[in-house]
Ligand binder design. Structure first.
Ligand code: SF4
Length: 285
């Protein structure tokens, strides 16, 4: 069986920078309590690795980010690669907490773009994932940002402002975005469109769309990772017979390995170790 790694796949620059920033903070402040407000990137292996360095990830599915900040009185607080709302950041700063911001520069670019257009009197249609930290941080900017999560939501929009812009979370599916752009244009023909899928996401998706006659594709990554889930969605929409999202090699089912060639891709937050283990496992079959 041939095992082919899809290129590019795996870590993006935003993820590398965020993890490095946590490690640098740990080494510069070896005795301080360090908390991350949510998962630094959406991969539980990374979370565990950082916990081994004594860096605590605050689970934002248990308490809201505001509630966590209420509870922390000292130490260092790190904001994740997905970004943070200005109000939460200010709350931490006003409490006197030492803050480290690991927001990816591509996420910041989208926020700046949106703020710029809001200042010019525009309203914003924003395609994002419900309850994702990146989307939450963006929609907290203004009530003039209208979150849509799927094509059906376009029907429910009721915006009177003629100055209208459509943009998106950085890790959405390019195929879905294209369909949504067409749908929004039917309803609001003068809408300004700014595709803000980041380069890392779009190049990983394109590499999967370019697979010809693939029958089996593994996407290595965490179920919480939006860009990882989108790779799976792109694989399915591209007509690949079987697309499996696996967090590590132990999830591979040997009965699926009946093909001549298997392809392996991975989300932007998946550590190289996990990808290599999957490839080694398959090559030894
Ligand atoms: S996937 Fe894109 S936006 Fe997200 S961390 Fe990577 S480069 Fe940044």
């Amino acid at each position: 069986m041939n095992v082919i790694r899809v290129i590019p796949s795996g870590y993006c620059k935003g993820v590398v920078n965020a993890i490095e920033l946590v490690k640098k903070t740990r080494s510069e402040y070896p005795l301080e309590k360090i908390y991350i407000l949510g998962m630094i990137v959406h991969n539980s292996f990374v979370t565990r690795e950082l916990e081994n360095l004594g860096v605590i990830t605050l689970d934002d599915s248990i308490k809201s980010k505001e509630e966590w900040i209420d509870e922390i009185d000292d130490g260092i607080i790190i904001f994740t690669a997905h970004g943070i709302s200005d109000s939460i950041k200010n709350k931490a700063l006003n409490k006197g907490l030492f803050c480290v911001d690991a927001t990816c520069e591509d996420v910041l670019k989208t926020k700046d773009l949106i703020k710029d257009y809001l200042n010019k009197g525009y309203e914003v249609i924003y395609l994002g994932k419900n309850n994702h930290p990146e989307a939450n941080a963006v929609i907290s900017i203004s009530k003039n940002i209208h979150l849509i999560t799927k094509i059906e939501d376009v029907n429910d929009l009721n915006i009177k402002n003629e100055k209208l812009i459509l943009t998106n979370q950085t890790t959405m599916s390019s195929l879905e975005l294209k369909e949504i752009i067409d749908e929004v244009k039917k309803k609001y023909p003068s809408v300004l469109v700014k595709n803000d899928i980041c380069q890392a996401t779009s190049s990983r998706q394109k590499a999967i769309m370019d697979l010809k006659d693939a029958h089996l594709l593994y996407i290595v990554g965490d179920i919480k990772s939006n860009n990882t889930n989108m790779l799976k969605e792109i694989g399915i929409k591209s007509g690949i017979d079987k697309v499996e999202l696996i967090s590590d090699y132990t999830m591979i089912k040997d009965e699926d390995l009946t093909v001549d060639t298997v392809y392996v891709s991975a989300g932007a937050s998946t550590p190289p170790k996990l990808i290599n283990e999957v490839i080694d496992y398959l090559r030894n079959k």
